[in-house]
Design a binder for this molecule. Structure first.
Ligand SMILES: Nc1ncnc2c1ncn2[C@@H]1O[C@H](COP(=O)(O)OP(=O)(O)O)[C@@H](O)[C@H]1O
Ligand SMILES: [Mg+2]
Length: 321
C-alpha cells in the first residue's frame, strides 16, 4: 500500500446563524481508502461534500480531528513540521485555482527555484537552471517563459506552471484538487492529458479530486464517491461505471443505463437541497434525497460494506436479508 487513510475525520468550529452561536460541523467523517503505488484514486462528489478537506489533511495542510494517514508505510498523521519535512517533497498538492496559487511577484524561475532550495535538491546554479528548464519542457512550456510573471500566462499555462512546481521535487504522491475546474473546456483536455502522461512517465500516485465524473473516469483506476463528508461507494473505475450501486452514485451517473434490472431505480431530476452540516441527518446521509429510502434509513447509518470483490457500498439496499 502506498497511501492509506483510515477513519479520517475533520470537524470544524463554526458560528451558527444570526445569533453567532458556536457549533461544530463534521466536514469529513471516517473516510478510509487505500491507493497502490502508481495508481490513481478519483474522489468525486458535489461541492461541499468534503473533498478538499480530505485532500488537505492528507498533505498535512490541516490537522485531522481523528483517524490516520500512512504514506509509504509511515504514519504521518501527527508528525510535526520538522519531522514531516523529508516527506513534504514526496507529497505535493495542485490546487484548483491557478490564478491564486502562484505568487504574482515571482518570476516562473523563482517560483520553481524555491522548492529546489527548500529541499536542497540541486547543488549548483547550472544544475538548478537545467532542472528548471527540463521540468518546464516536461509540462509543455518554453525556456523563455522562465523570466516571466504569472499574469503573462493563460489559465492553462498557469496550471502547467503549478504542475511543474509540484513535480520538480520528484514527488511520489500528488493530491490534485480539481486541477482543471477553473479552466476553459478547450484547455481542460490538454491539462488532463499532461497529468496522465506525467503520471505514467514518472510513476506518480494520484489522489484526483473532482466534482466531474467524466474527468475522474479519464484518469482513475479507482473511484470513491463522497456525500456529505462520507464515502458512500468505492470501487474500480470499470466496475463502478458498469454497476453503480449507491442511489447517489446512480444520480451522478444518471445518463448511464443500469444493467441490473432487479435493482432498477429511477431518480427524479429534482432532488432537493443538500442537507446542512449544521443539522446533519441521523441515519443515512443521503436519506433526504433518496428515492429508495426505507424507514430504517432515517435513523440508522449504513456502513461501507463489500458487496463484490473490491466494491464497497454504504446502503441498506444491498444488505443480505
Ligand atoms: N476552515 C473551515 N472552517 C469551517 N468550515 C469549513 C472549513 N473548510 C471547509 N469547511 C466546510 O466543510 C465542508 C466541506 O468543504 P470542502 O472540503 O471544501 O468540500 P468540497 O471540496 O467537496 O467542495 C463545507 O461545508 C465547508 O463549508
Ligand atoms: Mg473543493
Amino acid at each position: 500500500m502506498f497511501v492509506e487513510v483510515k477513519n479520517l475525520t475533520k470537524k470544524f468550529k463554526v458560528l451558527k446563524g444570526a445569533t453567532g452561536r458556536k457549533a461544530e460541523i463534521t466536514a469529513v467523517e471516517n473516510v478510509s481508502f487505500e491507493i497502490d503505488k502508481g495508481k490513481t484514486l478519483g474522489l468525486v462528489g458535489e461541492s461541499g461534500c468534503g473533498k478538499t478537506t480530505t485532500g488537505r489533511m492528507i498533505v498535512k495542510l490541516i490537522e485531522p480531528s481523528g483517524g490516520k494517514i500512512v504514506i509509504e508505510g509511515k504514519d504521518i498523521t501527527h508528525m510535526k513540521e520538522n519531522e514531516f519535512k523529508p516527506f513534504r517533497r514526496n507529497v505535493q498538492i495542485i490546487f484548483q485555482d491557478p490564478y491564486s496559487s502562484l505568487n504574482p511577484r515571482m518570476t516562473i524561475y523563482d517560483t520553481l527555484k524555491r522548492p529546489l532550495r527548500i529541499f536542497k535538491i540541486t547543488k549548483y546554479k547550472d544544475e538548478e537552471k537545467e532542472l528548471i528548464m527540463k521540468t518546464l519542457a516536461s509540462v509543455g512550456l518554453k525556456p523563455e517563459h522562465m523570466t516571466r510573471y504569472p499574469h503573462e500566462f493563460s489559465g492553462g499555462q498557469r496550471q502547467r506552471i503549478a504542475v511543474a512546481r509540484a513535480i520538480i521535487t520528484h514527488p511520489n504522491f500528488i493530491v490534485l484538487d480539481e486541477p482543471t475546474s477553473a479552466l476553459d473546456v478547450s484547455v481542460q483536455a490538454q491539462i488532463m492529458n499532461l497529468l496522465r502522461n506525467l503520471k505514467n512517465s514518472l510513476s506518480l500516485t494520484y489522489l484526483f479530486i473532482s466534482h466531474d465524473l467524466s474527468v475522474v473516469k479519464f484518469i482513475s483506476d479507482q473511484i470513491a464517491v463522497m456525500y456529505l463528508g462520507n464515502i458512500v461507494e468505492i470501487s474500480t473505475t470499470d466496475e463502478i461505471f458498469r454497476h453503480p450501486l449507491h442511489p447517489y452514485t446512480r444520480l451522478l451517473f444518471q445518463s448511464i443505463p443500469i444493467p441490473n434490472p432487479k435493482k432498477k431505480i429511477k431518480i427524479p431530476q429534482d432532488v432537493g437541497e443538500l442537507p446542512s452540516l449544521l443539522n446533519p441527518p441521523k441515519g443515512c446521509p443521503f436519506y433526504s434525497r433518496c428515492p429508495l429510502a426505507k424507514k430504517k434509513c432515517e435513523t440508522l447509518k449504513p456502513q461501507l460494506k463489500e458487496v463484490s470483490p473490491g466494491h464497497k457500498v454504504a446502503c441498506f439496499l444491498y444488505d443480505e436479508d
